[in-house]
Design a protein around this ligand. Sequence first.
Ligand code: IDP
Ligand code: MG
Length: 149
Amino acid sequence: MERTLILVKPDAMQRGLAGEILARFERRGLRMVGLRLLKVDRNMAKRHYAEHVGKPFFEGLVAYITSAPIVAAVFEGTNAVAAARQLMGSTRPTEAAPGTIRADFGLEVGRNLVHGSDSVASAKREIDIFFEGQRLASWKRDVDPWIFE
Ligand code: IDP
Ligand code: MG
């Protein structure tokens, strides 16, 4: 069972798309085990996007991610990381496959609506940032055997 961190970014919040975006991960079969509404500050943005510090787009990225509250969610399931990335689509919305969140709702890389961890190791690191000291739900659904073999 893998876990992945999903962020509904500020542009999606401003546009009222949080429910729509979370629903896509839910209906795929992933199990929600953590959920928070919060405003990211500069420090948290630097921690989360540590790999991008110093890149030309970094300051814009910080301004973007700190501009409004976000929803942070943890989803669990077999292949959760890859499944979530597939639902999101490529980083650049115009390169994302039709039917993905970024292609369906986005046009520009700096307004691409959603974050999802890129590996199991990243997910662990990112969940520690957004759910520090918080217990994630440990539960099973009646439907699980129809989703997880
Ligand atoms: P990812 O979100 O698909 O994992 P990353 O390369 O990790 O993509 O970049 C993190 C975020 O930084 C992107 O989702 C996007 O919001 C922003 N970003 C990445 N590259 C650019 C760029 O060239 N210009 C502006 N923003 C960018
Ligand atoms: Mg990334």
